[in-house]
Design a binder for this molecule. Sequence first.
Ligand code: ADE
Length: 249
Amino acid sequence: MHFHILTLFPEMVMDGLHTSITGRAVKNGHITIDATNIRDFAGNKHGHVDDYPYGGGAGMVMQPGPVFDAYQHVCDKIQNRKSAGMNLKPEDEKKVRVVYMTPQGTVFNQSLAEDLAKEEDLILLCGHYEGIDERVLDRIVTDHISIGDYVLTGGELPAMVVIDAVSRLVPGVLNNDVSAEFETFHDHLLEYPQYTRPEEFMGEKVPAVLLSGHHKNIEAWRYEQSVMRTKERRPDLWELHDKRNKKDQ
Ligand code: ADE
């Protein structure tokens, strides 16, 4: 899968995503991540990409021209990669999804991550200041995504969150293929507690059932723990799980 980030701070996203599991996924060729600096498309020698909002108000607004040109540059790169060795015409091209990171978007969750993981390419657009001129958003954006009901200084951290959550669903990125399937949010349940060595820590022992080697009992214990945890910590999720169970019966 190929991630393309449009940003004013390429080093921020590239540094963050080239460490840990996403970094390893890039090295192993399971994903690619490139960042395009919108400022490179400023079209003026000062590198200005923002201006005062029409109608007045606080802050600055990112201008449509540099954003559109940066987007076009990324689209051309994708087109060139796809048509290398093939005779693809532009009209054969499936439109690449463009995700604008904004607190005004749909709140990101696991099922949205699963949906995005089906794409071959994904463009993530990061805003700054008071936002981006609406005309370019109308033209290029397919999805508006928020990572929660709070306002950050820019879209870079949200884009990194989305890329992290989506890339771990790409086959091969996690060592253990089943681990993305049986985890928190699967079936609207939180994951059960995990334990590792030592068997006793500060006087507290690992639950005996986990040492029993009895797989049926372990599974039952884990399910029970998941249920308890979900009811206590995320009653909203528990309601969804319960509703689904009742519907399936
Ligand atoms: N940009 C600023 N705040 C944001 C948020 N909560 N989600 C996505 N993008 C943002």
